[in-house]
Design a protein around this ligand. Structure first.
Ligand code: C2E
Ligand code: MG
Ligand code: MG
Length: 642
């Protein structure tokens, strides 16, 4: 029942009550009138009185007439006056009612009055002889009418009483009906109030549930159902207070998924969400006992372990989580592999505020990421300073592009058969205003972490192509592509745009990918490679041998070039196993029709070994250091080649 209907019904009930109250007041007054009528002066008694007075007058008159000693004149006159008075009063009072109802009765009364009045002069003059007799003759016939008078009045009274009784019965029924109606209205009102109460109770219960739902929503992550940052912070505060009191130790594990953004970028947010749910379930599966698990946002999770007796507990849990999250996922038919890095901070070092503990866990997480991801690290006090430095570097890097602090240098790649330069590798440099030159090995991972790599790469590709168009047409340019940017779908449009803008022949652009770009090799990766190849650009596999060196990479995509990592070249002269590896890679490459470049050639001896192994190209300080575009020499008469 809606509130509007309830109000209407309530209005009707109250209106009913009012009407019933007014009507019952009228009934009561009517009833009082009826009772008053019953209690009124009784005409029958009056009629008897009249008859009695007549009889007394008649007797006195007769005695006077008969000369009885008792019948004196005054007495007769007195009796006559009384009788005349009663007769005159008949037309008034109770008889009026009878007269109104019965016109014949009025005539009788008038006759009685007339005869009585006729007798008056005779009674006044009783001393005259025969007056008494004459008066008797006038009055005597009245006896008949007067004798009937009580029965007439009685019948009239009975009729009135019966009418009153009927009226009273009617009033009784009406009153009972009103009382009945009032009782019904009352019951209806009670019913309504009861219903109203039920509605109110239901609403209250619903509001209670709603409040509980809202409270749950305010404290939980809707996607994974885990505690959110607010609840985690609250629980951490409480746990820290308790730990201060009982001297126990707490630990916070800050978990960040490695390269989760790529899943979102390549497979869409729905798959990303499913993945996060599965990750949350896996974390739950790893955790036992009195722990709080939270999703702090995005791909960040946290665990509050309370209380812990030995740090080994954290180590065991962190290793288990790294292993579990790192196992393959099957989400909507996609085989996904991601990793995780974990930072751990405990109150063992005297930390007592939630913010500080979380910050320390975050710093440890940074360290875990910096040390190769897919691992965990405990917070150490010196990390604080390192983190500050890292944060400062992040800020500076964001400004570097705008402030023109970035530039490219080019290192020659030389063909061993033709003894001439075939191309240059573009290498990024950052001239920091205070710290001087910063190695790309240091700032590229930061750019990847803070989401700057896409715009940075676009700048590099554009600069490299812009420079290369000014070179002789036989000289190629190689550009390094970050694995993150490669998986990101923006690479293809970026390359296409730059080639169009600069007008560089696509075959003169070589993209260098490291093995890590292919680490999560799947259909999307291979498709992206083919799409790039269709543009006409060349694809090289950089730093071969340092990653997983899976032969399946070579089978899944026909690279144009394999670049053997400089770590194998460095020890060629001293370690025969390096020679075997280089030799094997050369054979492999030949088998697949790929050219083989040896990186980091610094000495004549290394060059001799490389030549002996059958590499097609070399790159290294021996043949030329990376130089700015303005200092490049394309002549090919390199000292080392002679
Ligand atoms: P990389 O692609 O393997 O580049 C070769 C690195 O070896 C360069 O270091 C180069 O200076 C160095 N090198 C060349 N010849 C020799 C040698 O004979 N001896 C020694 N010891 N080193 C030699 P660099 O310029 O510091 O670059 C380091 C890495 O940073 C590069 O390795 C590449 O992975 C990355 N990088 C450089 N520029 C870019 C860029 O524009 N984008 C991306 N995503 N990564 C870049
Ligand atoms: Mg390279
Ligand atoms: Mg390399």
């Amino acid at each position: 029942m809606s509130v509007r209907t309830l109000k209407l019904v309530l209005g009707l009930v109250v209106g009913g009550f009012l009407l019933a109250a007014i009507y019952s007041t009228m009934m009561i007054s009517e009833r009082q009138q009826a009772l008053r009528r019953i209690a009124r002066y009784n005409p029958t008694w009056q009629a008897h009185q009249v008859l009695k007075e007549f009889m007394t007058l008649d007797q006195s008159l007769r005695m006077f007439n008969d000369g009885d000693s008792d019948g004196d004149k005054e007495k007769v006159q007195l009796r006559y006056d009384i009788f005349a008075g009663t007769i005159n009063s008949l037309a008034k009072g109770g008889f009026r009612d009878i007269i109104e109802r019965d016109p014949g009765f009025e005539r009788t009364i008038r006759d009685l009055e007339g005869s009585t009045n006729d007798a008056a002069p005779l009674i006044r003059n009783l001393n005259s002889p025969d007056n008494a007799r004459a008066a008797l003759q006038i009055l005597h016939p009245l006896q008949n009418s007067l004798t009937q008078l009580p029965s007439i009045t009685f019948n009239h009274g009975a009729a009135l009483a019966s009418e009153d009784q009927q009226e009273l019965t009617r009033l009784h029924w009406i009153f009972s009906s009103i009382v009945g109606c009032l009782i019904l209205f009352g019951l209806a009102l009670i019913g309504l109030l009861a219903r109203h109460n039920i509605l109110l109770e239901r609403t209250y219960r619903r509001m209670g549930n709603l409040t509980a739902d809202l409270a749950h929503l305010a404290h939980h992550d809707p996607l994974t159902g885990l505690a959110n940052r607010v609840l985690f912070q609250e629980q951490l505060e409480q746990a820290l207070e308790k730990a201060r009191d009982d001297g126990s130790t707490l630990a916070v594990l800050y978990i960040d998924l490695d390269l989760f953004k790529n899943v979102n970028d390549t497979l869409g947010h729905e798959t990303g969400d499913q993945l996060l749910k599965t990750v949350a379930a896996r974390i739950r599966g790893c955790v036992q006992g009195n722990c709080v698990i939270a999703r702090l946002g995005g791909d960040e999770f946290a665990i509050l372990m309370r209380p812990i007796s030995i740090m080994q507990e954290c180590t065991i849990l962190a290793s288990r989580i790294v292993k579990e999250i790192g196992s393959v996922y099957d989400i909507e038919g996609h085989e996904i592999v991601i990793g995780t890095s974990i930072g751990i901070a405990s109150t063992g070092l005297g930390t007592s505020s939630p913010e500080q503990l979380l910050k320390q866990a975050d710093m440890a997480l940074y360290r875990a990421k910096a040390e190769g991801r897919g691992t965990f690290r405990f917070f150490e006090p010196e990390m604080d300073a390192e983190l500050q430095a890292r944060r400062a570097l992040e800020i500076d890097l964001r400004k570097a592009m705008v402030n023109d602090e970035l530039y490219l240098v080019f290192q020659p790649q030389v063909s061993l058969q033709a003894n001439e330069i075939t191309g240059f590798e573009a290498l990024l440099r950052w001239r920091h205003p205070e710290r001087g030159n910063i190695s790309p090995a240091e700032f590229i991972p930061i750019a990847e972490d803070i989401g700057l790599i896409a715009s940075l790469s676009e700048w590099v590709i554009n600069e490299a192509c812009k420079t290369a168009v000014t070179w002789p047409k036989t000289i190629k340019v190689a550009v390094n592509i970050s694995p993150i940017q490669f998986r990101n779908r923006t690479l293809l449009p970026c390359v296409r745009k730059v080639l169009t803008r600069t007008g560089l022949e696509p075959s003169r652009l070589e993209l260098e990918l490291t093995e890590s770009a292919l680490l999560h090799e799947n259909e999307t990766t291979v498709t992206a490679l083919h799409e790039l190849r269709e543009l006409g650009v060349r694809i090289a596999l950089d730093d071969f041998g340092t990653g997983y060196s899976s032969l399946s990479y070579l089978r899944s995509f026909p690279f144009d070039k394999i670049k053997i990592d400089q770590s194998f070249v460095r020890d060629l002269a001293t370690r025969p196993d390096c020679m075997i590896i280089v030799q094997s890679v050369v054979w492999l490459g030949r088998g697949f029709g790929m050219s083989i470049t040896a990186e980091g050639v610094e000495t004549e001896e290394q060059l001799a070994h490389i030549r002996a192994a059958g590499c097609t190209e070399v790159q290294g300080y021996l043949l030329g250091r990376p130089k700015p575009a303005s200092a490049l020499d394309f002549s090919g008469t390199l000292p080392a080649l002679i």
